[in-house]
Write a protein that binds this ligand. Structure first.
Ligand code: NAD
Ligand code: TYD
Length: 347
């Protein structure tokens, strides 16, 4: 079986690629990635020589290239993770998100449809989406699979649009799809523009921790390897045309999370308890900042038996350990372009 994983050099994608390559030696795993600032083949160094793994450098916004790859490789399964993924960048440059997240997804759907021309038996297109498409919650309630879409950022609007195209291809062309909407991930190999790795990096370097607004925003955090396990399960056992929400059963206000992180970092770095908290700096809020995300993951739990395997404290400790042991990875990704992004965003 030939399986195409898009965005496999990124954060979540690299964990999915590794899991599939190691667990399914009889699948040919093709990792297609444009290697944007967020894509890094270092993430997959340990499996790059496996006989069932192939890397393809390509851009999903290039429809002709995508069509020809489907013609030559006949991908029976697609797990689509490639995306522009950072809300703050989407506020600066919405069109980049339209191109990759919407046009790129439609290019893949078209190529898959043309390749199989209605002979969809045994084929599957799995689209990885986000809980952010549902918009924001107030203090109460949870996102379920039937919560109406109400995206508030250019990022979430582009992901919502790609979800709609996916469903429309399911209805119109009978394309066999499945989609999951997951909450905030954290873990090894996450680019240090997102909250947790950014703050780990800043604590290491004694730099300010820029908390947006009053810090009373809530997110539901999931350890990335648990997300990868959920993706494996849904790819193999999820039902065609279904949506599954994936979450960590783990809500944290940003400021509480940051304080926990500071405490764990002080211990790891053997600094006096309280020293990292002194770096907390309240900065201008993100425009259109969603107050709260929280997932009701009971459907995937009841129907497929999935639950997170680690607690937040365990996952966070594994994450911190990895960043401290992989300073070179951090230094590599925070050189060059990253410096100008950081300056623009925070100075
Ligand atoms: P990421 O930014 O770390 O990685 C994205 C990958 O896609 C990178 O390797 C990048 O090079 C590649 N890519 C970007 N544009 C491309 C293009 N035009 N053609 C080919 N490749 C391209 O993202 P992530 O955090 O790993 O997220 C992966 C997917 O999961 C995304 O679809 C995202 O919307 C979704 N998601 C992420 C989270 C999260 O908390 N990170 C939560 C829920 C859903
Ligand atoms: P982020 O990791 O960007 O994920 P998302 O916006 O997709 O939820 O941000 C998580 C939360 O942390 C969000 O409420 C915004 C906040 N945040 C900060 O307070 N400061 C920062 O520098 C960043 C990057 C995020």
């Amino acid at each position: 079986m030939n399986i195409l994983i898009t965005g496999g050099a990124g954060f979540i994608g690299s964990h999915v690629v590794r899991l599939f390559v190691l667990k399914y030696p009889n699948y040919n795993i093709y990792n297609l990635d444009a290697l944007t600032y967020a894509g890094n083949l270092e993430n997959l160094k340990d499996i790059e020589d496996r006989p069932n793994y192939t890397f393809i450098k390509a851009d999903i916004t290039d429809g002709e290239v995508i069509d020809s790859l489907f013609k030559s490789h006949k991908f029976e399964g697609v797990i689509h993770l490639a995306a522009e993924s950072h809300v703050d960048r989407s506020i600066e440059d919405p069109l980049a998100f339209v191109k990759t997240n919407i046009i790129g997804t439609v290019n893949l759907l078209n190529a898959f449809k043309q390749c199989w021309d209605g002979n969809f038996n045994g084929k599957r297109f799995y689209h990885i989406s986000t809980d952010e498409v549902y918009g924001t919650l107030g203090q109460k309630g949870l996102f379920t699979e039937s919560t109406a879409y109400n995206p508030n950022s250019p990022y979430s609007a582009s992901k919502a649009s790609s979800d709609h195209f996916l469903r429309s291809y399911g209805e119109t062309y009978k394309l066999p799809y499945v989609v999951t909407n997951c909450s905030n991930n954290y873990g090894q190999n996450q680019f240090p523009e997102k909250l947790i790795p950014l703050f780990i990096n800043n604590i290491i370097n004694n730099k300010p921790l820029p908390v947006y607004g009053d810090g009373n925003y809530t997110r539901d955090w999931l350890y990335v390897k648990d997300h990868a396990l959920a993706i494996d399960l849904v790819y193999h056992e999820g039902l065609d045309g279904e949506t599954y929400n994936i979450g960590g059963f783990n809500e944290w206000k940003n400021i509480d999370l940051v304080k926990l992180l500071c405490n764990q970092m002080d211990k790891k770095l053997k600094r006096p308890i309280g020293s990292s908290e002194k770096l907390i700096t309240y900065v201008k809020d993100r425009p259109g900042h969603d107050l709260r995300y929280a997932i009701d993951a009971s459907k995937i739990n009841k129907e497929l038996g999935w639950r997170p395997s680690v607690t937040f404290e365990q996952g966070l400790e594994k994450t911190i350990d990895w960043y401290l042991e992989n300073k070179e990875w951090l230094d590599n990704v925070t050189s060059g372009q990253y410096k100008s992004y950081y300056k623009k965003q925070y100075n």
